[in-house]
Design a protein around this ligand. Structure first.
Ligand code: ACO
Length: 703
């Protein structure tokens, strides 16, 4: 999509209000009033069939009667009149509709919404909404909404899927001192979605950071592509993170793939910083909109209080920036600006005696020091110092350091004077907070952003040595058989076609074949029932392991068949799988789901109790590049087990990562066919000894 197509919406030179009213209290009145009060410099055209003028501005009975061009039309007539209004706007050549009206797909009235979108497409109009508050822009002096006023001026732009939340945030920008360039209510996203606006904002010189409040959307890949292409930080608060679709899931992976995990994975892969709640969205937006990314891990904390220093140290560890001691030359210099009993290690404790000079001298030197990647300055209000004066000192030192490419955040803990100092520092472009934890968290957001940007540079090596035709043939046979799940043997054939290291498995249709195959594969072996009607083989007594000889094969063959018949008398039985018994290794699980928003999505976790009870798993939207696969291995809680604990050698993480990449290529390649899948267990051996997939399950998409 050409980002320019949104110009009429984002920078309208004229705005009509269709449904403008002279009655205070009506939305059609408020929108006209807001346009006037916000100082909008373009033309305003109130549209009302009965009124001659509204709020002192000449009104027209229809947009078709307006003598000039109209860029955007805010629609505030009831839902039943919107179709006609859209048609007239189309005829008039209006570029964008801002449909404030509710009563569309959000209440099940999708047909009406679809008809309006069809009209817009016919006339090449874009639609914001419906079911929105409207849109606000400080640089355009445009309040085309029923939110009370333009937000505090700043450099972030908020796109909110909730209108109520946008209104609430609008007012609180003044209390929280977080400035915004635009607030955009996006509502039902019948046409314009997050991705479209993110793309437009990337070229907007007034926006340095994009802040999102997300409830959910359909086209996850489009969203990810837009975020990946963006050159500005994007931060998202996602609500509604309880698990979705879990009840219907047929695979292990399906039951674990909640919205929080899948959206979280997509955000990480698209370079989107996350906020944990509304406060955090504000706090992190402030830092991301004002400061550059933090390019390395070395955080230095300068404080006048030991307590806040320790609190900040704890926070740093919590947010992935554990403190390191400052190098000796930096310490030697800092020692000159503190009393004997101060500490120059990190946190740098200037002590309660610290005045403006000590702050200034240490910040000026430390910020410019090459070891320092980011700085947090803390101040506790003392009777020896004036907080506002300290704030002046901090600003001066940062300016004089000459550093432009490193971030700094500040926390002033104290009373009214500290609050005054905080406000002043924020106005100077220095994100300042009321608690050390907030300052560290905000800096961590700048580090997360930088790390994710590096990750985006990683590319995916496509797997070329795959045999898709073979996989499709296996799937086709199962479908011809009227099934929507594959047997283990079939699933392993599909896996093998994608080069996944499955254990040798063959189907025996009678006892003699079982003996022959067991001998060919080599003892010990595993035997499993193969039946499309028995998914949970162990529960049915359909699995025997560690069979060491021919007699064992014969006995197992009969026992398994008897058990299966007892479990389900009418089960269709294809035979018994004769399987190589892979040596013991660390058990992990791989799996996939076809997420409604993001499509094929991978899961990885440790097997057994770790997945069953602790749900210690992690997700990525497929395909997964090797760097991301390695991160999947290290971000689960059980990661140390793979790294080698209690004298055990490290597991073959490289081979495991390669297997994840391959698996992810498979589910992308076969996205039209595979609904869910599991490889469970996958056995991971010592470094250099690879992995083996011991069991496989594939559920097909219903066709
Ligand atoms: N062209 C132009 N104006 C017209 C037309 C027309 N064809 N037909 C009627 N009008 C005029 C009406 O005469 C009226 O003006 P008047 O006061 O001079 O008579 C004006 O349009 C508005 O029409 P009403 O019938 O009075 O509609 P009302 O203002 O009661 O409601 C509204 C319209 C606000 C769009 C309502 O239907 C609605 O959807 N409300 C919810 C909006 C909302 O909350 N959106 C955000 C959701 S997000 C959140 O939760 C915060």
């Amino acid at each position: 999509m050409e980002s320019k197509t949104l110009d009429g919406l984002m920078q309208p030179k004229s705005v009509a209000v269709v449904g403008a009213s002279s009655q205070p209290g009506k939305i059609g009145y408020t929108v006209v009033d807001n346009l006037i009060k916000s100082g909008y410099e373009g033309k305003i055209y109130p549209i009302n069939p009965k009124a001659a003028d509204i709020l002192g501005i000449k009104a027209y009975p229809s947009v078709l009667a307006v003598p000039d061009e109209i860029d955007a039309a805010a629609i505030t007539v009831p839902a039943s009149l919107v179709e006609q209004a859209a048609e007239e706007c189309g005829k008039k050549g209006v570029k964008a509709l801002i449909i404030i009206t509710s009563g569309f797909s959000e209440v099940g009235n999708r047909d009406l919404e679809d008809r309006i979108v069809a009209i817009a497409r016919r006339y090449n109009m874009r639609i914001l909404g419906p079911n929105i508050v409207g849109t606000l822009s400080n640089s355009q002096k445009l309040n085309a909404s029923f939110a009370p006023f333009l937000p505090l001026t700043g450099k972030a732009t908020l796109i909110s899927q909730s209108g109520a939340l946008l209104i609430a945030m609008d007012a609180s920008t003044y209390i929280r001192r977080v400035g915004f360039e635009k607030l955009i209510s996006i509502g039902n996203m019948s046409d314009v979605d997050f991705a479209d606006i993110i793309t437009w904002l990337d070229d907007d010189p007034n926006t340095t950071c994009v802040s999102l409040y997300i409830e959910g959307f359909r086209d996850g890949r489009k969203f990810m592509d837009a975020c990946r292409r963006a050159h500005k930080p994007i931060i998202a608060l996602k609500s509604g993170v309880s698990s979705h679709g879990a009840a219907a899931a047929a695979s292990h992976t399906g039951s674990l793939a909640g919205a929080a995990k899948v959206y979280g994975a997509a955000f990480q892969q698209a370079g989107v910083v996350q906020a944990s709640d509304l406060d955090n969205l504000f706090d992190r937006t402030l830092a991301l909109s004002l400061q550059p990314p933090m390019k390395g891990d070395n955080l230095l904390i300068i404080t006048n209080g030991g307590g806040v220093g320790v609190l900040a140290t704890d926070s740093a560890e919590r947010y992935g920036l554990p403190l390191q001691f400052a190098p000796q030359d930096l310490r030697d210099e800092l020692k000159k600006h503190m009393p004997e009993f101060g500490s120059a290690k990190n946190p740098v404790d200037l002590t309660g005696m610290a005045g403006r000079d000590w702050y200034e001298d240490s910040i000026r030197f430390a910020f410019a020091h090459p070891w320092v990647d980011g700085l947090v300055v803390l101040y506790c209000e003392t009777s020896l110092t004036d907080p506002v004066d300290i704030a002046y000192g901090i600003k001066k030192a940062i300016d004089e350091s000459g550093v432009k490419d490193k971030p700094v955040t500040v926390s002033f803990v104290g009373g009214e004077q500290s609050e005054k100092a905080t406000r002043w520092l924020v106005e100077q472009g220095i994100p300042t907070y009321s608690a050390p934890d907030l300052a560290v968290n905000a800096l961590a957001a700048l580090r997360e952003y930088a790390i994710m940007q590096q990750m985006l540079a990683e590319t995916n090596e496509p797997c070329l040595d795959v045999n898709k035709a073979q996989a499709l043939e296996v799937i086709g046979r199962a479908r011809a058989d009227g099934r929507d799940s594959l047997t283990e043997i079939e699933a392993k054939q599909v896996f093998a076609a994608y080069g996944l290291p499955v254990t040798k498995t063959q189907l025996a249709k009678n006892e003699e074949e079982a003996v022959e195959l067991a001998k060919a594969i080599g003892f010990p072996i595993v035997m499993k029932i193969v039946s499309p009607d028995i998914l949970h083989k162990s529960d049915a007594g359909g699995v025997k392991v560690n069979i060491k000889d021919e007699a064992g094969v014969r006995e197992a063959y009969r026992t398994i068949l008897n058990n299966a018949k007892a479990y389900k008398a009418d089960a269709r039985i294809h035979g018994i799988a004769i399987q190589e018994m892979a040596p013991w290794g660390t058990e992990v699980i791989l799996g996939s789901v076809n997420d409604a928003t993001f499509g094929p999505t991978m899961m990885f976790g440790l097997g057994g109790i770790f997945v069953e009870v602790l749900k210690d798993v992690t997700f990525r939207v497929a395909p997964v590049a090797e760097g991301q696969a390695l991160r999947m291995l290290s971000e689960i809680r059980g990661a140390p087990i793979l790294a080698g604990v209690r004298g055990e050698k490290p597991r073959d993480r490289q081979a495991m990562a390669a297997t994840i990449c391959r698996y992810s290529s498979m589910i992308v390649d076969l996205a039209e066919e595979i609904s869910e899948s599991d490889a469970n267990p996958v056995l991971v051996y010592e470094e250099g000894k690879g992995v083996r997939v011991a069991d496989a399950r594939i559920i097909l998409k219903k066709k």
